[in-house]
Design a protein around this ligand. Structure first.
Ligand code: AHM
Ligand code: MG
Length: 345
């Protein structure tokens, strides 16, 4: 009897947890005119993320075997994992009914799906299938980043380059998956940012972080200090200010830099902070890609109340000229960003 009561109680508790699928359907119900294509696309990405997660977890095992053997298969496997993630996302989006084409950090050109269902789909999706994959061999968090746009060409025709080269402001949704101590999928639409943690026991993303807001003030600054002497004088000046405010001097700030943007920006989004990947003397546009990395995070962060710029203008206002365009990137808590801007202007 007691067991039965406990089981019933657990079921009641479990029913309070919304899965990603349930959540997107619930959101859809609030818009009777909605077709459900965006919800379907987000669920498709959730499915690809679960498949990628399984392989990312296995990569740790391959690591151990690789270290024990004579041949270093590690590099090869990391490379395979990039390709695997790219193929999973591409296949899932192609099989779905919502996506007319994709562009990926791993592929030179965009891919427009040529079948009738895809040609009649509303959206295109851009993604970095596995960001920070250089960190995989040391078991550090990595992630997937994605961005969704309503196509500008008419339904029924094949998607073209202009569908993919839209300013970030036109995104209808963006998100990321962080494969970390737990696996989380966070996505934003203009209505809000919500985070889902993968429950491995049922293989479902469950709503764990509803209505994420980026704290207006933060204490964390994240930047690659190794490049310090390559930065513009004004950026150096701001970093100096951060250092002076850092804990070592009894101040409130602290520096954290994982080198996996998904993990760095995710942490700062939740805890408050600023992440910077400035241009350097050698690479004035920095390293990060506008379409696959910066735009999605800028969209998510703005919806959550934060800011993102290239040092001169909001990231979301940049009109992209090419698919693999790079940009300096500054993103984070509103007040920290405004302080940075006072140095950059
Ligand atoms: P990738 O797309 O080749 O994985 O590179 C992007 C990553 C970001 O996740 C991270 O913030 C950055 O590169 C780190 O670069 P660096 O080692 O130059 O600081
Ligand atoms: Mg990347």
């Amino acid at each position: 009897m007691l067991l039965l009561i406990q089981t019933l109680a657990m079921n009641i508790v479990n029913r309070q947890v919304l899965t990603l699928d349930e959540f997107t359907i619930q959101q859809l119900r609030q818009f009777p005119q909605a077709t459900g294509e965006l919800s379907g696309l987000l669920r498709d990405i959730g499915l690809a993320a679960k498949r990628i997660n399984v392989e990312v977890n296995k990569a740790g095992l391959v690591d151990i075997l690789g270290d024990a053997g004579e041949i270093n298969v590690q590099g090869e496997d990391v490379k395979k994992l990039d390709v695997f993630a790219n193929n999973q996302l591409t296949a899932v989006l192609h099989h779905g009914i919502s996506c007319a084409g994709i562009a990926s950090e791993e592929i030179q050109d965009y891919v427009a799906f040529d079948d009738e269902v895809s040609k009649n789909s509303k959206y295109v999706c851009l993604f970095d299938p596995l960001d920070g994959s250089g960190n995989i061999d040391v078991n550090v968090s990595i992630g997937t980043i994605f961005s969704v746009y309503r196509r500008v060409t008419s339904k029924g025709s094949i998607a073209t380059r202009e569908d993919f080269l839209q300013p970030g402001r036109s995104q209808v949704a963006a998100g990321y998956v962080v494969y970390g101590s737990s696996t989380m999928l966070v996505y934003a639409t203009r209505r809000g940012v919500n985070g889902f943690t993968l429950d491995p026991s049922i293989g479902e993303f469950c709503l764990s972080h509803p209505g994420i807001k980026c704290p207006e003030n933060g204490k964390i600054y994240s930047v690659n200090h190794g490049n310090f002497f390559q930065y513009d004088a004004r950026v150096k000046q701001y970093i100096d200010v951060c250092q002076k405010k850092a804990k070592a001097d009894g101040g409130p700030y602290t520096q954290r830099y994982i080198g996996s943007m998904v993990a760095d920006v995710h942490r700062n989004l939740i805890k408050g902070g600023i992440f910077m990947y400035p241009g350097t003397m050698d690479k004035p546009k920095g390293k990060l890609r506008l379409l696959y990395e910066c735009n999605p995070f800028a969209f998510i962060t703005e919806v959550a109340g934060g800011k993102a710029t290239d040092g001169k203008q909001p990231i979301l206002d940049i009109k992209p000229m090419e698919l693999h365009q790079r940009t300096p990137f500054f993103i984070g808590s509103k007040n920290m960003m405004e302080e940075l801007e006072s140095y950059l202007s």
